[in-house]
Design a protein around this ligand. Structure first.
Ligand code: ACO
Length: 382
């Protein structure tokens, strides 16, 4: 009598849900306490007290800068803001109908091919490349929006901080202080979020010992999808489908939601893989959105926001994620809907590059297994 032993069926972790793949010192997402720390600091405190430049420094260096460190850092950032003429000429060859995320992806790739330290992956070279991307991306995002609008590019201004200069290059006029502040808050909130899909993509690419720009280019591809960064655009499309003018906004939003849920649609800007009781970043971004609603006098946006959020809570017990308040805030500031995810890119470049550098400190090739469930072995018939 023979006894057959079969290997136990492997446990499948679809979507890697719940799988801890590595350690990180960069940020801590705690779904139990709805909290998010960057290098130990609560993100809400950073958003209230810091500039985005200080947060970029923190993510890369592990500590907030002192006055002198910040001065050196911002001088470098301001000196590298101008749009590289070669990147500009490549963008100009692309159709105006190209999605702005495709423009971002291409621009990051071109910047990599042109970087004087392209094949140098030392920490110093990677920090220089990270600074280069961080400083240059506002010009790329602003240029692409302006060219689609048929407007001339606006040169960066070294006398403005990162957020104020981003708005200046986008619209050609100085933004009001509360608008600059809301934009700065959004950049800080979008900067980093542990092993999300795009950051993990960047870490996978880095784990093969590929270069930093390849990792960022791949991360931009991952961020484009509507289940990740693309959701902020989709939120605005929802608001536009419901219609932002006229009466009965709450009733219209409720009816829209009923239809969408009846047809099993995912409502963009709601839900999260990690947070199950609400996204820790939402209250801070919602407060910034409220300031924009007051600034631009748009109670209609407030009504739509509340109606959908209340409906999702009641019907599905699902709460908004960061994209839900960020999308309408960018709309009010005057950005085209398709520019929302590129703004997210400009912010998340800081987190991605921090993770790329951390991955290289103790690298191990990321290569999971799969369980084959295709046809049994067979022969090729001649
Ligand atoms: N609208 C409607 N139902 C939803 C939503 C939603 N936004 N999110 C989750 N659900 C429901 C699902 O239909 C599912 O229900 P079921 O069990 O009855 O089938 C249940 O909640 C679990 O959903 P999953 O998709 O399995 O949960 P997962 O953890 O994989 O999803 C995700 C997370 C992808 C973010 C999801 O909530 C979603 O698609 N949201 C919309 C897209 C979005 O806003 N993305 C932005 C993410 S945050 C960021 O990138 C800043």
């Amino acid at each position: 009598m023979t006894t057959e032993t079969t290997a136990p069926a492997p446990q499948i972790h679809k979507g890697l849900a719940g799988v801890v793949v590595d350690t990180t010192r960069i940020s801590k997402v705690n779904p139990e306490t709805n909290s998010l720390l960057y290098r130990g600091y609560p993100v809400q405190e950073l958003a209230a007290k810091c500039s985005f430049e200080e947060v970029a420094y923190l993510l890369w260096n592990g500590e907030l800068p002192d006055a002198e460190q910040l001065s050196v850092f911002t001088q470098r950032e301001r000196a590298q803001r101008a749009l590289d003429p070669v990147v500009k000429s490549v963008i100009d060859t692309l159709p105006l109908t190209a999605h702005p995320m495709d423009i971002c992806r291409t621009a990051a790739s071109v910047m990599g091919a042109r970087h004087p330290l392209a094949e140098d992956s030392s920490p110093e070279a990677n920090l220089a490349k990270a600074m280069d991307l961080f400083a240059a991306f506002p010009a790329i995002v602003a240029y692409d929006q302006r060219r689609r609008r048929g407007q001339q590019p606006v040169e960066p201004r070294e006398d403005l901080g990162y957020a104020a200069n981003f708005l200046w290059m986008s619209f050609g006029e100085e933004a009001a202080d509360d608008v600059v502040d809301a934009f700065n808050v959004s950049m800080i909130l979008y900067a980093e979020h542990s092993f999300n899909a795009s950051t993990f993509t960047a870490r996978v690419i880095t784990s093969t010992l590929s270069d930093l720009h390849s990792a960022v280019t791949g991360a931009i591809g991952a961020l484009k999808g509507p289940l990740h960064g693309g959701a902020n655009e989709a939120v605005m499309e929802t608001f536009e489908q419901i219609g932002m003018d006229g009466d009965n906004l709450t009733e219209r939003a409720t009816a829209w939601l009923e239809d969408a849920l009846a047809s099993k649609k995912k409502i963009m800007g709601f839900g999260h893989r990690v947070y199950k009781h609400g996204d820790s970043r939402v209250p801070t971004m919602k407060a910034a959105l409220d300031r924009m609603i007051l600034h631009y006098d748009r109670p209609d946006i407030s009504e739509l926001y509340d109606a959908l959020a209340a409906g999702m809570h009641q019907r599905k017990n699902i709460e908004p994620n960061l994209d839900y308040p960020a999308g309408p805030a960018y709309h009010l500031m005057g950005f085209d809907t398709q520019t929302f995810t590129p703004i997210f890119v400009a912010a998340r470049i800081t987190g991605w590059t921090a993770h790329i550098m951390e991955q290289l400190e103790a690298n191990s090739l990321i290569r999971p297994l799969s369980e084959y469930n295709g046809p049994d072995q067979r022969s090729v018939e001649p």
